[in-house]
Write a protein that binds this ligand. Structure first.
Ligand code: PEP
Ligand code: MG
Length: 578
């Protein structure tokens, strides 16, 4: 049966392929329908797996010897027994098989998700931490199921046209999937400025989030069309729709190739104002795309991605090498390394703290200052890399001048440690701050006296100005870059920086969205940093824009009271041939 799902597109373009269903916590299991007459057998298979794991745990318990860790180990096994016996897991999974005729692996994984969601809602950090135990128990059951069944399909194979369908993906999951070469990503949850969406965008493949029921409604191997620009997924399209989309797909490919013609053209408005177009990257591997985009520098290297998906932390040498490679490959063009912005939705494995409101918690520079040794290691690595190119340091999530003072002191301390070792680094390395908290926007004049450059993080600035959690799709419709408060803050930061002659860029997603290009030019912005795949489209818009004609529109927009009015004016500004 063919049907359409609507969501929020995070990257444009069209992908055509087959569904690969993913479970969270990297438990990739197949989803298939059991013939009616084999449902009882499937439930028996599930019960058999539970019995096998129970036995395993008993054997472990019997083999445990008295010792200093005995009590702890025994308590751990008791807990796993309890989870195994929880009716929410075994009974509910059997019920799910009976009701929906799904396979046992799928049923148990679904129940796991529901249990995890319940744990998440518990207002007790200890109990919330027990999520890992639930996952471990389910992994044992899955192992038992997969190891003892003749009719279980082999693990998911990633063919050249796989489209990953997941309930939710963390930024760390996305980084793992980066190597898999999916042609599109679909998720039930998420919003367009979540870090998951940002990574998807950097992969330059169409992706849609906030689909709500995609993973329930889409089956393994279903044929899918993903239209990232129209925000739709067409499931099992008929042959006419399929051929129409194949045609559109090849037209888009042609248009993209045409854009390559302006790769080496200098970005400049019609009236001769030069504009810098920088790229955002997560890892040195992204440089390939940066080269193709013709970017004149790296405006944002989200260094925290070096810290994800691993059991240990990257040491100074490893970080130095990553930063050095980028500096060398950019051949003297600016490379802006943001010190790690961990916390909120990007956490290292086994992070000790579970914040109640992670976006408002110990994140970014707050975490750096709370963990000075970790920060010192990174600062030394960045400073050493500065000897190999034009490296700049960018501090995320500043909210007060005292944080700048403390950070500058720690940078000086790291510099001194290198001087003592006679290690080479750029003594005049530029230090900039991200303006992404309203307090920073309002105090920007004070901040500028201490910093060499600014970068506006509109993703967080919007989140914190409007009090909208950027990863929560329940409030995603309220996340509005055109809210008068947001525009007022952004225009004011740019004007203040221009007046003080302090370079200012935008590195949030607004910089890569062409509906805002003219507006931002009108605010006086001359540095844009974005995911590389979007850079030439923005450049084309800049080449067609004439600043003196834009300015009166921008004044009108800044006076408008409602986002609707602003949107209307913006559409007119964008439609105009200037
Ligand atoms: C931002 O907040 O706009 C930004 C660029 O930083 P991040 O998206 O990584 O939080
Ligand atoms: Mg940010």
């Amino acid at each position: 049966m063919s049907f359409i799902l609507h969501g929020v597109g995070v990257a444009g373009g069209i992908a055509i392929g087959h569904a690969r269903l993913a479970a969270p916590a990297a438990l990739e299991v197949a989803h298939y329908v059991i013939p009616k007459n084999q449902v009882d057998q499937e439930i028996l298979r599930l019960n058999g797996a539970f019995a096998m794991v129970r036995k395993e745990l008993e054997t472990l318990q019997a083999s445990a010897t008295d010792g200093p860790t005995f009590a702890e180990f025994s308590a751990f096994l008791d807990l796993h027994h309890m989870i195994l016996d929880d009716p929410m897991l075994a009974e509910a999974a059997s019920h799910c098989i009976a009701q929906t005729h799904c396979n046992a692996e799928w049923a148990i994984t679904k129940q796991m998700e529901q249990l995890l969601a319940q744990f998440e809602a518990i207002d007790d950090a200890y109990l919330r931490e027990r999520k890992a135990d639930v996952t471990q128990v389910v992994k044992r059951v899955l192992k038992a199921l997969l190891g003892h069944s003749g009719n279980v399909p082999s693990p998911i194979k990633h063919t050249g046209d796989s489209i990953l369908v997941a309930h939710d993906l963390s930024p760390a999951d996305m980084m793992q999937y980066k190597q898999h070469q999916f042609v599109a990503f679909l998720t039930d949850l998420g919003s367009s400025t979540s870090h998951t969406a940002i990574v998807a965008r950097s992969l330059n493949i169409p992706s849609i989030v906030a689909l709500h029921h995609a993973r329930q409604l889409i089956f393994e191997n279903d044929r899918l069309i993903v239209d990232g620009s129209q925000n739709v997924v067409i499931v099992n399209p008929d042959k006419h729709v399929l051929s129409e989309y194949r045609l559109r797909q090849s037209q888009l490919g042609l248009a993209r190739r045409k854009l390559q013609r302006i790769k080496t053209v200098v970005a400049m408005t019609l009236d001769g104002t030069p504009i810098e177009l920088y790229a955002n990257i997560e890892l040195p591997e992204d440089l390939e795309q940066v080269k193709e985009s013709g970017a004149t520098g790296i405006g944002l290297f989200r260094s925290e991605f070096l810290f994800l998906n691993r059991d240990n932390l990257p040491d100074e040498e490893e970080q130095f090498e990553a930063y050095r490679i980028v500096a060398v490959k950019m051949r003297g063009l600016p490379v802006t390394i943001r010190t790690f912005d961990l916390g909120a939705d990007k956490n290292i494995k086994n992070a000790k703290r579970v914040a109640v409101n992670p976006a408002l918690g110990l994140r970014a520079i707050r975490l750096c200052l709370a963990e000075p040794q970790l920060f010192h290691t990174q600062l030394r690595a960045i400073l050493r890399a500065s000897h190999f190119g034009q490296v700049r340091i960018l501090i995320p999530m500043l909210s007060s001048v005292s944080e700048i003072d403390q950070t500058l002191r720690l940078i000086e301390y790291a510099k001194q440690s290198l001087r003592d070792e006679k290690a080479a680094f750029d003594e005049k390395i530029q230090v900039g701050g991200m303006i992404e908290i309203p307090a920073a926007a309002l105090c920007v004049d004070m901040f500028m006296r201490k910093l060499n450059f600014l970068s506006i993080g509109t993703n967080d600035l919007i989140q914190y100005t409007l009090a909208i959690d950027r990863v929560d799709d329940a409030v995603a419709h309220l996340y509005d870059p055109l809210h008068p408060a947001v525009l007022w803050l952004v225009s004011r930061i740019i004007q203040s920086a221009n007046r003080a002659n302090v370079p200012v860029a935008i590195c949030g997603e607004m910089a890569g969205d062409i509906q805002f290009t003219r507006l931002l030019l009108g605010f006086g912005l001359q540095q844009f940093s974005m995911y590389p795949a979007q850079l030439l489209t923005v450049k084309r818009e800049i080449l067609k824009s004439h600043l003196p004609d834009i300015t009166p529109w921008v004044h009108k927009i800044l006076k408008a009271e409602s986002p609707e009015k602003i949107y209307g004016l913006l559409m007119k500004l964008n439609d105009k041939v200037l």
